[in-house]
Write a protein that binds this ligand. Structure first.
Ligand SMILES: Cc1cc2nc3c(=O)[nH]c(=O)nc-3n(C[C@H](O)[C@H](O)[C@H](O)COP(=O)(O)OP(=O)(O)OC[C@H]3O[C@@H](n4cnc5c(N)ncnc54)[C@H](O)[C@@H]3O)c2cc1C
Length: 579
């Protein structure tokens, strides 16, 4: 633990340690660097090659004060689960709806004609094509290797007209459809359950326009989030959403799931950022509401229904998104904290002291970081184990101003023993590295076989206690242990503390009904009692459909069903899921 004496020395007199001349220059770059040199980084800083010296500080800090547009790694999917089964086998209670027709060679001929290109149709329908099972597999299996569909037909529209033609035909023929973006969804919503046709949006990937005065971006739904963000970075702007899957997920998928991610604390939800939308409704009607204005109070805001609808009432084809100015000064700090109570205090202080420059506040527990370390084998940011870790990001337009605030905040939380230990990134590489310890949690904890994921909102005071309670319950059931005979190897909590959004994850060596019975409906009942939400940001998909009643009452459910029936009376859109 950093002592009070060391801290005061470090934080209160930093400039003298950094500059060659001993001057107290107030330039942005020098000031940002002082935080690093101030001594919050422990002696064993994990970044020896770039530790600033008096001579090098100016270079190092000026790099660091630039907003990073560095690509984060595209995290690999978890290791496949041994013996992963078809969804229909895992959930035998699910039955194929006989109202839906089966795809015939004549249907395939129609789609080939409509889409015009062989590459637009991946087909394994007998007598109508010869796609290998391996061509269809990526569209049938979800990111977690947990859900396995049986589609024999993938359609890849290149335009709104294509998407409209596909849905009109499917609606008339009673062919069920699953819209698919980057297939990074975590609730089994993006893959078929039986033989539904997959409509992949990957070919609709054009950026149409960007107005740098208003910050309005118009783009196709199939644009990869990271590509859109890089396009904006080159124009001094930022996509108002960021998440670990950004290298694969589509903006259309993001909007369809109303993804929350790492920037929600700062930029709010997509319900606010999406200004306009073009979508195709199940009967082929094109809903053109591609408004680029922030204000538009002319009637019902129907696009809001498709935000978070998870492909159940239409396919999103284009979006107009409000994109903020990219902040020129970004700082990332990583702390070790001794209790959840202290993590809450750190968050309260961060909000109070960093206010408008606070852009992320992420929580990770000890187990999550141990597992990331076990998989990546890299040196950890802090020495020793702490029960909790927080990652704080600030981003603002004025380095001097940010520095003053950050310096005061760091001094307070460390002298008051709120934080036990910490490091601050010195440059874009270190920012990326620190974020890696948070963003690679989902991938790393799936390394041993699988993960039961619960993405929940819980009032902050109670948020972490669900992890302790679930761990005790799994342990009592004799399911938790270090050797292969135990299905569960860890109960983990991490997430977006700034949004009261916890990811309760149960890392398993194999998916096992005994584990599922211990977890469900226990987890949902626990959340209901605390008036939380069973889905904070990942949505409902297949995984949470049976449990929606724990967060929504009968009246709300009835109204939702009316909407579904109104837009999709034949029920062809993403069946067996959502509500
Ligand atoms: C490593 C990792 C980290 C993640 N972190 C976060 C996070 O921080 N926050 C968060 O909210 N989520 C997170 N996720 C979950 C996932 O990335 C998001 O749900 C993302 O928004 C899904 O986008 P996608 O393009 O992959 O959609 P898909 O997975 O392909 O589809 C998701 C749902 O949207 C529907 N859909 C897709 N495209 C369209 C469209 N154009 N029109 C209509 N419906 C469509 C699908 O039918 C499906 O129901 C993470 C996932 C991974 C793997």
């Amino acid at each position: 633990m950093v002592s009070r004496a060391r801290l005061l020395r470090a934080v209160q007199a930093p400039a003298r340690h950094l500059t060659n001349s001993g001057s107290t220059s107030t330039s942005t770059s020098t000031r940002c660097g002082r935080i690093v040199a101030a001594g919050i980084a422990p002696a064993s800083t994990p970044f020896p090659s770039t530790t600033p010296t008096a001579a090098s500080s100016a270079t190092v800090t000026s790099q660091r004060c630039l907003s990073t547009t560095a690509q984060r790694p595209l995290f690999a999917r978890p290791t496949p689960v041994r013996g992963a089964k078809l969804t229909a086998e895992t959930y035998p209670e699910l039955k194929r709806d006989d109202r839906f027709a089966r795809v015939t060679p004549e249907d395939v001929a129609f789609f080939r004609d409509l889409l015009g290109e062989d590459a637009a149709v991946i087909c394994g329908v007998d007598g109508a094509g010869d796609a290998a099972a391996s061509d269809l597999e990526p569209f049938n299996e979800d990111w977690m290797h947990k859900y396995q569909g049986q589609t024999r037909l993938v359609l890849r529209p290149a335009s709104t007209e294509h998407a409209s033609g596909i849905l009109r035909y499917c609606n008339e023929r009673m062919l069920a459809v699953v819209p698919q973006g980057g297939n990074t969804g975590l609730v089994g919503g993006s893959v078929p359950v039986f033989d539904e046709i997959v409509v992949s949006m990957a070919r609709m990937n054009r950026i149409h326009s960007f107005d740098d005065a208003s910050g309005t971006l118009v783009l196709d739904a199939g644009c990869v989030l990271e590509v859109a963000d890089q396009f904006l970075a080159e124009r001094g702007h930022i996509f108002p959403l960021d998440l670990g899957a950004k290298g694969s997920c589509h903006v259309g998928g993001n909007v369809a799931t109303n993804a929350g991610g790492l920037r929600l604390l700062r930029y709010g939800s997509l319900h606010g950022s999406v200004l306009g939308m073009e979508a195709v409704l199940p009967d082929g009607t094109v809903m053109d509401d591609l408004c680029t204005l922030r204000k538009n109070n002319t009637g019902y805001d129907l696009k809001q229904l498709l935000i978070g609808a998870e492909g159940t009432i239409g396919i999103i084809t284009k979006l107009a998104v409000q994109c903020p100015q990219r902040s020129p000064a970004v700082n990332v700090a990583f702390f070790g904290i001794e209790s959840y109570e202290k993590a809450q205090r750190a968050f309260r202080e961060a909000k109070a002291q960093l206010s408008e420059i606070l852009s992320a506040f992420e929580l990770m527990d000890a187990k999550s970081q141990q597992l990331v370390h076990a998989v990546r084998g890299e040196k950890r940011p802090l020495e020793g184990d702490h029960p909790f870790y927080c990652l704080i990001e600030t981003s603002g337009s004025n380095g001097d101003h940010d520095y003053e605030k950050l310096e005061k905040f760091l001094e307070d939380v460390m002298t008051n023993d709120v934080v036990a230990d910490g490091v601050v990134a010195q440059d874009a590489t270190q920012i990326k590295s620190l974020w890696g310890w948070r963003e690679s949690v989902p991938e790393c904890i799936g390394h041993w076989g699988g993960v039961y994921k619960y993405d929940v909102s819980i009032p902050l005071a109670d948020m972490y206690s669900i992890v302790d309670d679930v761990k005790a319950r799994v342990d009592e059931a004799g399911l938790l242990g270090d050797t292969d005979e135990f299905p569960v190897l860890g109960v983990i909590g991490y997430g977006h503390m700034g949004d009261s959004n916890l990811h309760l994850n149960i890392a398993v060596r194999r998916y096992d009904k005994a584990v599922e019975r211990v977890l469900e409906p226990y987890v949902y009942e626990w959340i209901e009692k605390r008036k939380g939400s069973i889905s904070a940001e990942h949505g409902l998909g297949l995984a949470k459909k049976p449990y929606i009643k724990y967060s929504r009452n009968d009246t709300m459910l009835g109204l939702m069903k009316q909407i579904k029936n109104l837009y999709d009376p034949n029920g062809i859109m993403n069946p067996y899921k959502y509500i």
